[in-house]
Design a protein around this ligand. Structure first.
Ligand SMILES: Cc1cc2nc3c(=O)[nH]c(=O)nc-3n(C[C@H](O)[C@H](O)[C@H](O)COP(=O)(O)OP(=O)(O)OC[C@H]3O[C@@H](n4cnc5c(N)ncnc54)[C@H](O)[C@@H]3O)c2cc1C
Length: 321
């Protein structure tokens, strides 16, 4: 017999654990299954989460797991490999270790994968001195030499944004479209220099970024480099339920992929909610957690509705009997 839960949460990051906390406190039976690869694993600390400023990502999640356990939520390390709908409208999940669990509702909070520029060394230094979000890392590199690796139409905007944290910002044109006169004027007015040519590698000294190497052989000194990853929703599991990821756009620019959902995370598939980065690649830890809380509450309401319908039907049958 498979174990049966009101809700199985796939993904035990900020979004999934916050959904589980809400559901556990609503006296639901909940299992969280997590494969242990949170998006910010490469970073040493979490920022802009009030009361948790500077916590290590792994520590925050350990505290979260202990908190949900207080409300009877079960946590299991593992990777969900497949999901199928059962005849009663619920779900059967296959975990990679061969285990089989059943759920009335699903909360999918599997996050996203950052597709990084294909330059040797970038992936290895991701979250250390290869950065993407000024609100996550800007303070830590304030007043340092910051390089902006341009790979899309948002590059100039990013350079102007990062200028808030340092007067020493250089835009590397790399593979981005040519800046127009208006953009060049704005960059120059803010003292941002532009280096033309493709970036071919990183210069590392004493395990720290020292500069960016350009195709013509020059090395331009930098303490940190900002990249623009493409956000790829970890959405394969939803494909099992015929829900496909679509492009996420902001200001007419494609950021990557996501699972479209209503503000509470309800997807086009009955009984399936999403929360966190899988739904919105621009989320941060605190907003992913908030999305998890909203989805958890919406799932509970949905279950209450179902239980009320069943109770009414049973009461009517009892009257007729
Ligand atoms: C380098 C870096 C630094 C960052 N720093 C900050 C910061 O300082 N402050 C901030 O607010 N935000 C920061 N962020 C953003 C932050 O990491 C995300 O917004 C946040 O982690 C999203 O939470 P989540 O729960 O949606 O996803 P995640 O934290 O990525 O959690 C998803 C979980 O789902 C699991 N999972 C995936 N697939 C499966 C499966 N099939 N079966 C079981 N489990 C599965 C994964 O293992 C993972 O544990 C940073 C991001 C990066 C890349």
């Amino acid at each position: 017999m498979s174990e049966q839960y009101d809700v199985v949460v796939v993904g035990g990051g900020a979004a999934g654990l916050s959904g589980a906390l809400t559901l556990g406190r609503a006296r639901r039976s909940v299992l969280v299954i997590d494969s242990g690869e949170p998006r910010n694993a490469a970073a040493s600390s979490v920022h802009t989460y009030l009361t948790r400023e500077g916590s290590a990502p792994a520590h925050m999640l350990a505290v979260g797991r202990a908190e949900v356990a207080e409300y009877g939520v079960r946590f299991q390390q593992g990777r969900v490999a497949n999901i199928e709908r059962t005849e009663d409208g619920g779900f059967r999940l296959a975990v990679e270790d061969g285990q089989d669990v059943r759920a009335r509702r699903l909360l999918i909070a599997t996050g996203l994968v950052d597709k990084l520029p294909d330059i040797p060394g970038i992936a290895e230094r991701w979250g250390r001195d290869v950065l993407h979000c000024p609100y996550c890392h800007g303070w830590e590199v304030r007043d340092q030499a910051i390089g902006i690796l341009a790979s899309g139409p948002m590059a100039v905007q990013h350079a102007l944004l990062w200028r808030q944290w340092s007067e020493d910002v250089t835009l590397f044109s790399h593979t981005a479209p040519q800046s127009d006169d208006d953009e060049l004027e704005r960059l120059a007015a803010r003292g941002i220099s532009v280096v033309e040519g493709k970036v071919t590698g990183l210069e590392i000294a004493d395990d720290r970024l020292a500069g960016l190497r350009v195709a013509d052989g020059r090395v331009i000194a930098c303490d940190a480099v900002v990249v623009e990853p493409c956000f790829i929703a970890r959405a394969d599991l939803l494909g099992c339920l015929n829900v496909e990821a679509t492009e996420q756009e902001a200001d007419g620019h494609v950021l990557g992929t996501h699972i479209a959902a209503d503000p509470n995370g309800s997807t086009e598939a009955d009984g399936v909610w999403v929360a966190g980065d899988i739904a919105d690649g621009t989320d941060q830890v605190v907003s992913a957690a908030a999305a998890g809380v909203r989805a958890g509450a919406a799932i509970n309401v949905d279950l209450v509705e179902e239980e009320t319908r069943q109770a009414v039907a049973a009461a009517r049958r009892a009257v007729l009997a």
